[in-house]
Structures are given as structure tokens and as C-alpha cells.
Design a protein around this ligand. Structure first.
Ligand code: AMP
Length: 289
């Protein structure tokens, strides 16, 4: 089944979505889920296209999840544009856009929270305490609402992908989690809804994240096994951008996200950098030894 020519069906209730999906699965349709916070771009579209290629019914959720924002973060300002999002869903052939109101997802304060321990506390979790508990809780809720499916997440949010994979496994959720490659602008900047916050001068410097990762990977591939040296190299590249304020530059084991030393085998390099009010992240895989 492909998406309707007139665009996706819009569903804003949990019970309505469940009913549609149960009915589809009863007819042996494979369900693909793409969870998003909206303001959709080509990165989101690539996830939808991946889902489209592997499933009969593609659901895109569009929900800015308050649980994953800390006080003082950009929940209120987070860009929202449902008409635009529906057009992107239509282009990618999505069948259903699930766009619940906050009241539908959280009719009462949430007492239950999903926490993934050590994977959540490092890197972005260290700068945004509680953020990944909010992510894991809403994704668990979406997995519970959608039921058996394949769910597509971007490698751009590498820590989030690791956490969601671990959660699905630990809780035996009937969901196959699929990681998808990062989509970038021609100059290397990873697409992100938060790029909308960048001034022209900040936007011009933002590809420094990608350059720092590439410099770090070159050092690793030249034989460096001291993670601290690789991290210092990436930090030095970021320091060369006058408007950048580094949050972290890290070389980690991709399975545990631990800053292992010496570096061995597969290594993931990750950076987080603030430009004005935008906090941007990116990452790159490489191989040591
Ligand atoms: P968000 O709407 O930012 O919460 O992202 C929703 C999903 O899209 C997440 O799985 C992200 O990792 C993924 N995503 C965001 N940006 C990109 C990108 N540039 N390339 C690929 N996937 C992305």
C-alpha cells in the first residue's frame, strides 16, 4: 500500500491510530514508524523513504515532547509547521501522520519514566540532565501505541539511537529499531530543525562540527589510540570557529558510549557545539588499530 495521493491520513487520537494499525496487521501489513518532533526536512524524509521501502504502512509521528526539554530549553520556541510537515509526509509517501495534542499524550502528569542508566548519563545526557529519560519515555509510549513494527531513527542522534535500541531489547518490545545515515547540507552540516536558529554568520561557521569529526577520524586512522589526543584535536578545530562554544568532543566505544582508552576497533566520534541559541550535534564512525 502506498501513501494516498492526497497526502497522509491525519490521526490525532491514540485509539484511532491503534485501530487503524491493528486492522492493517490483521491483513498482514508490515508497519513502519518514523518518530519525529516535526519541522520536517530531508533527514526526516530519508527515514520515511527507508520505512516506505520496507513496509506496507508508514506512520510518521509528529509530537514535540515536553518531557525531553529541561526548564530554560527551547520547548516553547521549537519550530512547528504542521502544513509543511504534511507536505513532506506526502512527498515521501507516508500513509498516516500521527499528530496528537499534548493532552492526548499526557492527559495527566506522568509518574512512570523509562531510564536507561549509564547510556543516558554521558555526553548529551551530562549537559541535558533527564533529557534521555524523556526521550525513552515518549518512545516507549509510541512503541506501545503503534505495536509490532519497524521503527526508523537517524544516526545523527547517535546516543538516542543507542538508547532506543537498548530499551527495545531490555523491555522485549516488538519493535525492530533501524538506524539510518545522516543527511547533510552540501557543505557537510547535518540537517536539523534547530539549524533554523542560526544567524547567517553562525550558519557559515557551523560546518566546523563535520570538519572536527573528520580531523579526529584522520588522527585515529593514522594510528592514534589515545582518546584524549583525538578529543583534543577535535576541540582545537572547533576552537578555530569564533562563534562556536564547545559542549563536548568525545571518542567513545559505539556499544557502551564509554570513553575507552586505548581506542580499539570501531570508534564513534561525537561533538556538541553551541552557536548562539542553537545547540548542534554530529558524529562519525571510524576504526582504530
Ligand atoms: P527530531 O525531529 O529532530 O526529533 O528527529 C526525528 C528523527 O529524525 C530522529 O530519529 C533523528 O535522528 C532523525 N534525524 C534528524 N536529523 C537527521 C538527519 N540530518 N539525517 C538523518 N536523520 C535525521
Amino acid at each position: 500500500m502506498t501513501g494516498a495521493a492526497g497526502g497522509p491520513a491525519i490521526e490525532d487520537t491514540i485509539s484511532g491510530l491503534r485501530a487503524r494499525l491493528d486492522e492493517a496487521r490483521a491483513r498482514r501489513r508490515r508497519v513502519g514508524l518514523v518518530p519525529t518532533m516535526g519541522f520536517l526536512h530531508a533527514g526526516h524524509r530519508s527515514l520515511m523513504e527507508h520505512a516506505r521501502s520496507e513496509n506496507d504502512l508508514v506512520v510518521v509521528s509528529i509530537f514535540v515532547n515536553p518531557l525531553q526539554f529541561n526548564p530554560g530549553e527551547d520547548f516553547d520556541d521549537y519550530p512547528r509547521d504542521l502544513d509543511h510537515d504534511l507536505a513532506v509526509c506526502a512527498q515521501a509517501g507516508a500513509d498516516i501522520a500521527f499528530a496528537p495534542a499534548q493532552q492526548e499524550m499526557y492527559p495527566a502528569p506522568v509518574a512512570t519514566s523509562v531510564s536507561i542508566g549509564p547510556l543516558s548519563d554521558v555526553l548529551c545526557g551530562a549537559s541535558r540532565p533527564g533529557h534521555f529519560d524523556g526521550v525513552a519515555t515518549v518512545v516507549a509510549k509510541l512503541f506501545s501505541i503503534v505495536g509490532e513494527c519497524s521503527a526508523y531513527f537517524g544516526e545523527k542522534d547517535f546516543q538516542q539511537l543507542a538508547i532506543v535500541e537498548r530499551m527495545a531489547k531490555d523491555l522485549s518490545l516488538p519493535v525492530r529499531v533501524v538506524g539510518c545515515p545522516t543527511v547533510r547540507e552540501p557543505d557537510g552540516l547535518a540537517l536539523s530543525s534547530r539549524n533554523a536558529y542560526l544567524s547567517a554568520a553562525e550558519r557559515a561557521q557551523a560546518p566546523v562540527l563535520r570538519r572536527a569529526l573528520q580531523a579526529g577520524a584522520a588522527v585515529v586512522e593514522a594510528g592514534e589510540t589515545d582518546g584524549a589526543v583525538v578529543e583534543a584535536e577535535m576541540a582545537a578545530v572547533i576552537a578555530g570557529a569564533s562563534l562556536a562554544r564547545i559542549d563536548y568532543a568525545a571518542a567513545v566505544d559505539p556499544a557502551t558510549l564509554a570513553r575507552g582508552r586505548p581506542l580499539r576497533g570501531e570508534v564513534r566520534l561525537l561533538v556538541a557545539v553551541r552557536f548562539g541559541r542553537a545547540r548542534l550535534i554530529d558524529n562519525l564512525g571510524c576504526r582504530a588499530g
